[in-house]
Design a protein around this ligand. Structure first.
Ligand SMILES: NC(=O)c1ccc[n+]([C@@H]2O[C@H](COP(=O)([O-])OP(=O)(O)OC[C@H]3O[C@@H](n4cnc5c(N)ncnc54)[C@H](OP(=O)(O)O)[C@@H]3O)[C@@H](O)[C@H]2O)c1
Length: 254
């Protein structure tokens, strides 16, 4: 059974690996045996995260500055992985952002930024790794959606639009790549207490409203993202593609 979750010899790319869910999932993949290349915009933060993950797991973890909105930066990220390890088995499209606002107050720039990071970033990274994965006849692409890929929420139109698109990218690429050995799946988290949710955590009324939507009535614990990503990255999920794993305390079950 443990072989089904063994990532020994695999190489994973993690976007947004410097903190939050990206760092947590990087630790999980490394503990399962994968080596990693992790990227984010802030150099100090990504270097520090790589040092910590490598020390905690004993795996090789290569940090790099990455902006997923810039195709040249994404190409350099992928080239670094090829140069360092000679292979790319797993891509986790985790980098993301959220700007909360009622529609009449959203600037063009803010709406565009959310789509650029959450949608164009996922597209850029998929387009860059797919040729390597198809050539190898194996690949695992894991996209970070959200409960808001599946349900609407007032004041979140930039984010829900972008995460709905992530789900459709997932489904379309799953169909497109189904006979190549490459699977494409989506994790849809509910609320985790990370930087992206700082505005909620600092606003008790907003936090209470959100928790009121969660049947389990609590925030997720960070470790609760680990098993889903290892499952989708490993041999256990070989016949799973185009799927959603909700990790949301039951939010979208209602
Ligand atoms: N936390 C939740 O409750 C929750 C729920 C549902 C879905 N999600 C999704 O899960 C993913 C991770 O969220 P999180 O909560 O861990 O957020 P977070 O703590 O804010 O971390 C976001 C990560 O993405 C990086 N990043 C942001 N813009 C980037 C860009 N243009 N290029 C490369 N890296 C970039 C950040 O580093 P830099 O700023 O240094 O670039 C950071 O490493 C996101 O896609 C988010 O939408 C989170």
């Amino acid at each position: 059974m443990s072989d089904l979750f063994d990532l020994t010899g695999r190489v994973a790319l993690m976007t947004g690996g410097s903190r939050g869910l990206g760092k947590e999932m990087s630790i999980a993949l490394a503990e399962a045996g994968a080596d990693l290349v992790i990227g984010a915009r802030n150099k100090d933060h990504i270097d520090q995260a790589a040092t910590e993950i490598a020390a905690a797991t004993g795996r090789k973890v290569v940090p790099t500055v990455l902006d997923v909105t810039a195709p040249a930066s994404v190409d350099a990220f992928v080239a670094l992985a090829q140069r360092t390890f000679g292979r790319i088995d797993i891509l986790v499209n985790n980098a993301g952002t959220n700007i909360r606002s009622p529609i009449e107050k959203i600037s063009d720039a803010d709406f565009r930024l959310v789509q650029q990071v959450n949608v164009t970033g996922v597209f850029n990274c998929c387009r860059a790794v797919v040729p390597h994965m198809v050539r190898a006849g194996f690949g695992r692409i894991i996209n970070m959606g959200s409960s808001m890929s599946l349900v609407g929420l007032a004041g979140r139109v930039s984010y829900t639009a972008s995460k709905g698109a992530v789900l459709q990218i997932t489904r379309t690429l799953a169909c497109e790549l189904a006979r190549t050995g490459v699977t494409v799946n989506c994790i849809c988290p509910g609320p985790f207490a990370t930087e992206i949710n700082r505005p909620l955590m600092e606003n008790p009324a907003m936090a209470a409203d959100l928790l009121g939507r969660i049947p389990m009535g609590r925030w997720a614990e960070m470790r609760e993202i680990r098993a889903p990503v290892v499952f989708l990255a490993g041999p256990a999920s070989s016949y799973v593609t185009g799927a959603i794993i909700s990790v949301d305390g039951g939010w979208v079950a209602q």
